[in-house]
Design a protein around this ligand. Structure first.
Ligand SMILES: [Zn+2]
Length: 696
């Protein structure tokens, strides 16, 4: 995938998980008389109030802002919501976390003209800016006692540069964090959201001490027309620096509200038109929380056209609820707010002409993007059920175990269920030929696009069961899904493995590869086995954050390479060594500052910058796993004993976190138990840090 396209599609897929932080439940009564959209408008189009006396250097997270000009109160309507800072002023940002430092240095160098300074205890960057807006209830409260009345006749509106930055950006506008914080109980430091405008740049700073417990500095860039006619002019953020607040990178906690069940009704009544009804049961995990929000794409694009998504109705516990649908995020007011272990049912009905048949294809898919209210990783551990209706002759596919299927008035209706919590379910439909088999307690279906292709389908079924048998032996747990659908996609060069479904492009079905000699030496078989391995990683031990991505991709790559080797046994065409050589070759291209754990935090402007992420997850990750295996062999004094420990690590990890959030720190914990020694330093070098292990 070309870098430019990736850069645009990533924010839409992994919509920034900015959860709530804050303090002011006391003012919730004020919030309740206002609608979310009214509040959001006032926050995103603030006015300037009175001058703040002795504003001095302002500390926000690990940023220090030294005003060179006046500082004024920022007003949402008449309510203080932050600070305005005139220029010329300076922003100094300190990156203190030791794993964040090399990454920040790399990102700042790659994405901006700023000069990072590498000192003993921090990487620092200092920039001069002309004007800044800093939103935050706590920031406003800080200066409450030292504000003069607004000067007569002074300009009262927000600066002109603000509107384009907040015109459907690929990041959260300030209102979301502030609205969430206002509806969050308990106490603690407040969230802050800053936009800094310079002569040749715009920066965004988000400090979230209670939700994600992370602070992040972004460079904001505008999408040029050459990249996308549909998205041109809209801004996206390049991450310059990110660091955890009051925690280590590997410590993650659940969101204030966690989705524990989702019930879907998907109705493709005609052509491209789809109505999706999603009922989500959310549960409180701690402090009272009165705003649930989820990613929901506001539009779907095809070539140079855009199809809008409209939210028709939102109900909470059967009653119409206040909601805000903006910037690919749906926020829903929960009134009353939910405390620990309290639940609410949030029903959302939305529709649009977005069952797109790309390039006139007889196929549409609601795939791994936010086609329904999609919670963030740490707010999503949901069992699911589905009812899908599509016009005949389209064949519907849906994640989960089929519980019913019927023909009704020219439509096919299928029902299914996922009894274990899952993330990223998919629905698809098209003109398909379907081939099925049942072995090893798994019903597998291979669907070939438009043309019948029995040979190709049979081969994929056979390979599916061969791989499944290998994984079951290797990992010692039953296959996670009772039904799997392998669906041919009418494109080239990719695969995807949402729960119970494998999307794979047409070359996997190509009969040119049928000679058994070549069968396991071709990359496509590696990709197919990689996708099948995803049934375990990350659907069994789950990701609670984007940092844990390597426990999905690198683990799928490593285990699939081992099974590819075993399945090719005797044919003499494939060896594990091939995979190892391939990974080591790619690792050589890695730039500096490349932490495996922080692979999703890389910024960049050219194609090679994106290859770094690829090379981390799909090459350095497998190399690290292999190095771990070799190290265990060395320490155990025998290859057999070391291998036993290695596989027992992977098995225990799967067994200990069945369909639950897991994570790298648990891998370290299990490894410590198995070996009786401390592996944290090893992981700090190779997984959290940027070192690359040498493997022979
Ligand atoms: Zn993958």
């Amino acid at each position: 995938m070309p870098a430019r396209r990736l850069r645009i599609s990533v924010p839409a897929l992994l919509v920034v998980t900015l959860a709530a932080g804050g303090l002011l439940l006391a003012s919730a009564s004020q919030a309740q008389v206002q609608t979310l959209s009214g509040e959001a408008d006032r926050l995103d189009r603030p006015r300037l109030g009175g001058v703040v006396r002795n504003a001095g250097p302002i500390k926000v997270g690990r940023a220090v802002i030294t005003p060179g000009g006046a500082v004024r109160v920022l007003l949402a309507g008449d309510e203080p919501c932050g600070l305005w800072i005139g220029g010329p002023s300076t922003l100094t940002y300190r990156v203190e976390d030791r794993f964040s430092r090399p990454l920040a240095k790399r990102n700042i160098r790659k994405a901006t003209a700023f000069k990072p300074v590498d000192a003993e205890d921090a990487v620092t960057v200092t920039v001069s800016f002309d004007e800044a807006l800093l939103w935050g209830w706590e920031l406003a409260a800080r200066v409450a006692g030292s504000t003069e009345a607004a000067p007569e006749g002074s300009p009262a509106g927000a600066p002109e540069w603000l509107a384009p930055l907040l015109d459907r950006p690929f990041y959260d506008a300030p209102h979301l964090a502030l609205l969430a914080e206002r509806r969050l109980g308990g106490s603690g430091p407040g969230v802050a959201h800053g936009l800094f405008h310079g002569r040749s740049f715009d920066l965004r700073l988000v400090v979230d001490p209670r939700g994600d417990r992370q602070e992040t500095l972004f460079d904001l860039e505008r999408i040029p027309r050459a990249d996308s006619v549909v998205y041109q002019g809209r801004y996206y953020g390049q991450e310059l620096a990110a660091q955890p607040i009051g925690r280590s990178w590997w410590e993650h906690s659940p969101a204030a509200l966690v989705a524990e069940h989702q019930s879907f009704k998907i109705d493709n009544d005609q052509k491209r038109h789809v109505t999706v009804t999603t009922t989500t049961r959310v549960r409180g995990t701690g402090d009272l929380a009165g705003l649930w929000w989820a990613a929901l794409s506001g539009e779907v694009t095809e070539d140079n056209r855009s199809f809008p998504v409209t939210v028709r109705a939102v109900e909470v516990n059967g009653r119409p609820a206040d909601f805000l649908f903006r910037n690919d995020t749906l926020a829903v007011a929960l009134d009353p707010p939910l405390g620990r272990d309290q639940t609410a049912e949030v029903k959302v009905v939305h529709e649009g002409d977005y069952a797109i048949r790309y390039g006139g294809d007889s196929f549409w898919s609601l795939g791994t993007w936010a086609w329904f209210p999609t919670p963030p990783f740490h707010g999503w551990l949901a069992t699911m059920d589905f009812e899908v209706r599509v016009p005949e002759p389209l064949v519907p596919f849906v994640s989960g175990t089929t519980t019913g299927k019927e023909s009704r008035d020219g439509f096919t209706v299928v029902k299914s269920r996922l009894d274990q919590p899952m993330q990223w379910p998919v629905v698809a439909a098209g003109k398909y030929n379907v081939y099925s088999d049942r072995q090893l307690d798994v019903a597998a279906t291979v669907a070939t696009y438009v043309r019948a292709n029995e040979r190709g389908a049979k081969r994929l079924l056979n390979n599916f069961y061969a791989a499944t048998e290998c994984y079951q032996k290797l990992l010692n747990v039953p296959f996670p899904f009772s039904e799997v659908e392998v669906i041919e996609i009418n494109q080239w060069g990719f695969g995807q493995a949402p729960p119970g479904v494998i999307f794979i492009t047409q070359e996997a079905f190509n009969s040119v590869l049928e000679e058994t000699d070549r069968l396991f030496s071709e990359g496509i078989n590696g990709r197919y086995l990689h996708e099948i391995a995803h049934s375990y990683w990350p659907h069994v031990p789950k990701m609670n954050s984007e940092e844990e991505n390597w426990t999905s991709e690198s683990f799928a790559d490593y285990t699939s390479a081992v099974c590819l080797d075993q399945l090719a046994g005797g044919k003499g065409t494939f060896r594990f060594q091939n995979s190892l050589d391939h990974w080591r070759g790619n690792v050589k291209d890695l730039g500096d500052g490349a932490s495996l754990y922080l692979a999703n935090h890389l910024a960049g402007v050219n194609f090679n910058d994106f290859l770094d992420r690829q090379n981390l997850l799909y090459s350095k990750g497998p190399v690290v796993l292999h190095a771990l295996r070799l190290e265990l062999q060395k320490q155990a004094g025998s290859a057999a004993q070391g291998d036993r420990q290695f596989w027992s690590l992977l098995r225990s990890y799967l067994k200990s976190f069945p369909y639950k959030w897991a994570g790298t720190r648990h891998l370290v914990g299990i490894l410590n138990q198995i070996t009786g020694s401390d592996w944290q330093p090893w992981f700090e070098r190779y997984v959290y840090g940027t070192e690359i292990p040498v493997v022979r």
